[in-house]
Each structure stands twice: as structure tokens, then as C-alpha cells.
Design a protein around this ligand. Structure first.
Ligand code: GUN
Ligand code: ZN
Length: 446
């Protein structure tokens, strides 16, 4: 057996992936559904992909081929472009809208991260739950405590995940114990960048929580830090609720818009990921397009907090399309399941009179989200050279889905059934860098 042969693993079965943006070019030009495909992987990357009859004879001798079966579907791993790992313990907290919810539930929950051991325990649980749901990359808010970032990155590095995260910057309108200062926030973030950015597949995200909790001075230092480390991402929240937009206007009366606050502090550009953006004006969408920045659409959160209905069609308007990814926004979001998140995205679309097709939805959860993070050349699709992060879905994961699938003849219908009825039970396996890290039927794999 040659050395190459012993390094190569392959999966065989039905595959769904995207070669481009269906919102721009249509599903017929961008969606690839291959009913019997081979994906070969070595050294963490995909080495070969195509119809089994073409790839099988070309596999290195000795390659092990795992057949997933006809009732499975292999996709690129799901990508969560907006999530707060420290809010895992307070997911599903009753009865407030954004600003009261932050004060009543979120800040007390984040205060507990003063304890590094607690931070490590929650980070482990968070990543396991993400993998159980087929999420192989996330863009994550930690807390104000630098060790909360260490806790998450240590575990993500151990799993060889491609993951972005950052220490929350917050120097006002937050309780004692959760505030930093412009200087300490800058220094701590800079030290975390030096320690983690580019280690393994990890990426740092400069993370001012939002304009409500950062002074002008802190926004300016965050902008300076990001400019100095332009390969990092930048994540924050914008225009999530109407009350928040009104409040930000009172805090920054000299700015033309909410986005203008970030923009004039150097916080708008490629690799900026703005959470929510429900209440953005046309001028702000124009600016996001021109700056090549992205919006993270978080439907379960927006419905849970009663924030509003994100208008995906408006964001994608063809004369000034904005990059849009999908986010769970745990713990305002109500599910780690990307299928459940797509279910709610569909319903938000319905209320906007824009039904989201299953093909477009799966694009949003994979390549579209990779594009929002400017990572579409590495993750989010299945092709030679891409990082081997995959999810294997069970297309008959519950008795109802099994029954319903007997009545779904076309692939588009079968896919739609998954996004409307599926959840974590549909995730049979999750592969990271060419290795299985979650198998539904074999608990505690990693
Ligand atoms: N805006 C500022 N902070 C947060 C947060 O933690 N969650 C949500 N959903 N919105 C925010
Ligand atoms: Zn959020």
C-alpha cells in the first residue's frame, strides 16, 4: 500500500453542494445534486469529488470507501455566522424583548464566565452541541473575559475546527464585572490575536458587542485594532429592534445612521459580520454592499425576541446585493439545529411574501454563510481543495419524515421536508478536517 493510499478516506453516497450563488444565478446554474458521488479526503482536505463511476477507478489504491446509503445526503458542514457560546446556559429564557432581555438574563449569565473552569465546561458543551447539529464552523461571541476566548479556542483547536471567535468589548451600559476599558479591551484583544489568530484553522474576530455598550473611544480602538489585523473578522450587532435603533440614535445623534456609527469608527469593510440588520435603511444596505460587509440572518432569535422580520430579498437586491449568512444567535436563538433555523427562515420569508426554496436555504446554511465570512474558498462547498468539513444527513430520521418521504418524489421536495421537519436527529455524522467527530449512533466519539 502506498503512503497516499493509507492517507485517503472516501465517502460514497448522494451529495448536495453549490458551485455559486443561487440568489444571483439561479439554482439551475449553481446547485449540484449527485445521487451517487464519491468524496475522497486526505490531510484534512477534499482531494476528489464526482460521480462514483468516474471517481472510483481513480482512487488511490487501498482507499477505504464508506458507503452512507441512498437514504443519506452528504453536504458541506453547516456554518453558523452568529452565535454566543456563553449564552448556552440561558437559551429559552422567558418573556422579554432585546434590551430588557440583555439586562435580565444575558448579563447575569455572562458574569458567571469570570470562572475559567465554568467557561471551559460551557465551551465543551457548546462545541459538542454544534457538532451534533452538523455545524462545523461558527463565528462566536465570547464574553468580556479573555479566558472565555481561550476556553473556546483550546477546545476548537483540539477538534481542528475552522472557527472564528472574539472577546466581547463592552465599556458602558453593562454591569460591574462585565466592562473593560478602551485600552484594556484593545490590549487583551491584541494578545488574543497574537495567541490564536491563524493557529490551526482558528480566526480571531474583533468583537465590539454593539454601539449601545461601547463608547466612541472604544469603537475607535476596536477600529484601529481591526485595521492593524485586517485578516481578522469583525462582528457586532446592528438594527435588531426598533427600540434599539431609537436608543442608538440618542447615543450618537451626530451620525447619519446606525451603520454610520460603525463605519466612521473604522468598523465596516470586508470580513465585517453584522448581526440581524432587520431595520437597516436603504443607504445602509448600499454601504454594506459597497464595503463588501455581511449580515448574519438569525430567524429563530428574531422571532423569539419579537425583533422583526428580516427581508432577505431586499438584502439580496440584484443591483446592490449584500452578503448574507445564517446564524442561530444562541441564546436569543432557540435551536442549535440549522434545519430548525431554516424552518424559521422559511416562515419569516412567508410573512414577507418571499418563500425560501430548500435549495436556496441549504445554500444559505453552507456556501452562502462561508461567503458572508469571506471563507468561500476554503469551506462551505464540496470540491477538490476545499477543507473536508461535512455533514451526513439521514433523510428518514423520524417516523413522520420516513412516511412523508414516501410521498416526496422530487429532490427539491425531499430537501424541503428535511428543513421543515428535521432537527438534530437528522444529523447522522459530522466530519471535520476529514475525520468523523460526531456519529449519532455512537455517542461520545470525541
Ligand atoms: N445585541 C447586543 N448584544 C446582544 C446579544 O447578546 N444578543 C442579541 N440577540 N442581540 C444583542
Ligand atoms: Zn447576537
Amino acid at each position: 500500500m502506498t503512503e497516499t493510499a493509507s492517507r485517503t478516506t472516501a465517502l460514497r453516497g448522494p451529495v448536495l453542494t453549490f458551485t455559486g450563488d443561487p440568489f444571483r444565478d439561479g439554482l439551475e446554474h449553481t446547485m449540484v445534486h449527485e445521487p451517487d458521488a464519491i468524496i475522497a479526503m486526505a490531510d484534512g482536505r477534499i482531494t476528489q469529488f464526482g460521480p462514483a463511476e468516474r471517481i472510483l477507478p481513480a482512487l488511490p489504491p487501498g482507499t477505504t470507501v464508506q458507503e452512507v446509503g441512498r437514504d443519506a445526503l452528504i453536504s458541506a458542514g453547516f456554518i453558523d455566522t452568529h452565535v454566543h457560546f456563553p449564552q448556552t446556559p440561558m437559551i429559552a429564557s422567558y418573556g422579554e424583548q432585546l434590551l430588557d432581555w440583555l439586562n435580565r438574563y444575558t448579563f447575569p449569565a455572562e458574569l458567571k464566565f469570570a470562572d475559567p473552569a465554568y467557561a471551559r465546561a460551557v465551551a465543551r458543551l457548546f462545541l459538542r452541541e454544534s457538532l451534533r447539529n452538523g455545524i462545523t464552523t461558527s463565528c462566536v461571541y465570547c464574553t468580556v473575559h479573555p479566558h472565555s476566548v481561550d476556553a473556546l479556542f483550546e477546545e476548537a483547536d483540539r477538534l481542528d475546527l475552522r472557527l472564528a471567535a472574539g472577546k466581547v468589548l463592552m465599556d458602558r451600559n453593562a454591569p460591574d464585572g462585565l466592562r473593560d476599558t478602551p485600552q484594556s479591551g484593545y490590549d487583551e484583544s491584541a494578545a488574543l490575536i497574537a495567541k490564536w489568530h491563524g493557529r490551526g484553522r482558528l480566526l480571531y474576530a474583533v468583537t465590539p458587542r454593539f454601539a449601545g455598550t461601547s463608547s466612541r473611544e472604544q469603537l475607535a480602538t476596536a477600529g484601529a485594532l481591526w485595521r492593524k489585523h485586517a485578516g481578522c473578522l469583525m462582528q457586532t450587532h446592528i438594527a435588531e429592534t426598533r427600540d434599539e435603533v431609537v436608543w442608538i440614535r440618542t447615543l450618537f445623534p451626530d451620525h447619519a445612521s446606525y451603520l454610520d456609527v460603525y463605519d466612521r469608527h473604522g468598523l465596516c469593510g470586508p470580513r465585517a459580520v453584522f448581526g440581524h440588520g432587520i431595520w437597516l435603511g436603504e443607504d445602509e444596505l448600499q454601504r454594506l454592499h459597497a464595503a463588501d460587509a455581511a449580515i448574519a440572518h438569525c430567524p429563530t432569535s428574531n422571532l423569539f425576541l419579537g425583533s422583526g422580520l428580516f427581508d432577505l430579498g431586499r438584502a439580496h437586491r440584484s443591483d446592490r446585493p449584500v452578503r448574507v449568512g445564517l446564524g442561530t444567535d444562541i441564546g436569543a436563538g432557540t435551536s442549535f439545529s440549522i434545519l430548525a433555523t431554516l424552518n424559521e427562515a422559511y416562515k419569516v420569508g412567508q410573512l414577507n411574501r418571499q418563500p425560501l426554496s430548500a435549495g436556496h436555504a441549504f445554500y444559505l446554511a453552507t456556501r452562502g454563510s462561508a461567503r458572508a465570512l469571506h471563507l468561500e474558498d476554503r469551506i462551505g462547498s464540496i470540491a477538490p481543495g476545499m477543507e473536508a468539513d461535512l455533514v451526513v444527513l439521514d433523510m428518514r430520521s423520524t417516523p413522520l419524515i420516513d412516511f412523508r418521504m414516501d410521498h416526496a418524489r422530487h429532490f427539491a421536495d425531499q430537501l424541503f421536508v428535511q428543513m421543515m421537519l428535521g432537527d438534530d436527529r437528522a444529523v447522522r455524522e459530522t466530519w471535520v478536517a476529514g475525520r468523523p467527530v460526531h456519529k449519532r449512533d455512537i455517542p461520545s466519539l470525541v
